[in-house]
Write a protein that binds this ligand. Sequence first.
Ligand code: DQQ
Length: 474
Amino acid sequence: KQRKARFYPAFHLAPPTGWMNDPNGLAYCDGRYHVFYQHHPYDEHWGPMHWGHMTSHDLVHWQHQPIALVPGDAFDRDGCFSGCAVNDNGVLTLIYTGHVWLQGVGNDGAIRQVQCIATSEDGLHFTKHGVIVTPPDGIMHFRDPKVWKQNGRWFMVVGARDANDRGQVLLYSGTSLFQWRLEGVLAKADRWLGYMWECPDFFPLGDKYLLMFSPQGMTPEGYRYRNRFQSGYILGRWQPDHPFTLEQHFQELDSGHDFYAPQSFVTADGRRLLFGWMDMWESERPTQADGWAGCLTLPRELSLDAQGRVRMMPARELQALRREAHTLPAFSLKNQRRRLGISALQAEIHMTWDIQKSQAERFGIEIAVSDDRRYVTRFYVDTQSRRLVLDRSQSGLGVGGYRSVTLPDGDTLDLRIFIDRSSVEVFVNQGETCLTSRIYPPTEGRGIALYAENGEAYCQTFTHWQMASIYPEP
Ligand code: DQQ
């Protein structure tokens, strides 16, 4: 099928054609980065899951590779579901969930899920070796293994749905990648937080341990109108052979509309990065009419700040994509809208507002605004409610709704905004907060404007870059 270009990202990972969901198997091995992903190559809708594959030497320029895993063996007959990759003494090894429908297809059907392993000699072609872990008694939903090595021992977390329809994460330890033992429940829901915890990831950050997961089964109302039901994390302390002691309840990682199933990995120089799927299951997908669906967020670096808060910032490698820069001297706006002569098709913006001095009732930026202003995505400060708002009510095909967060403390508001052909990602105050959403306005004549309503607002710095593509020139 021919893919249409209009919404296809320039600097985000997306499938060549067909469907993409979760990022899988993120790893650095033999001098290159690997990103695998949940993929249905024959259709732009979810179906029997394959593992798509892309590689990069610098986390900036990417190349599509042959499909790495194809379902169809007895243990993964109906899907090679999400999982991870490890570098086992130079052997790139994939650990993933083999999925089989026993009865019916869909959320109510009976299923069999087991953890499986595959290895590669060249990092491109994989040989399956079958099942390494079967579910404990009474557990049917059992998927998305994430494996790491610590003090010479292997560990694995797996997402599960317990007998009472609550989410939990199980911990295993292994003497080899083929020999595993159940250690117990690492964490479980103590209140309603979805019926299944998908895509768990568990890793040290600063002096803490972070358990990241994606709660499944929150109602669409929940995620659409409140801010708490996407992928998130629990912070605590842990060491092998000890329980995970929780220090902070579930927090959402990203406060936009479209962010799910993130997975982390460690860079060649030891930074903890993640990619997320830049969609939700309930998201609108107008690109299905174009022969493809789904893409990943930018790679983001995680850190723990001095106050113990988790921060998420775009990977510094992305600066290599910046092309022509356009800078404005400091200025103020009073009951005014200022349209800039720059495009919002594939761009990065870095700007700061003086919050202390700005008294306007509302002020902010119009992203991807059309000439007739029928289409506009707004990111603004609402001074009275002290909220930061991402307004997607006029963002084009299918999508809508607002997302908002409390205006952070401080005199300055620092924004880094990445706009691609069908997405916007806003990083607030060095990654204290992040809002990610898909948008589908017309790609012709997309502009940018700054505005202040009922009062004055002060813009201290403003730089805009055209962003280059991450894909090889055709
Ligand atoms: N997607 C995969 C599952 C995972 C879910 C199937 C999360 O392994 O639990 O495509 O989006």
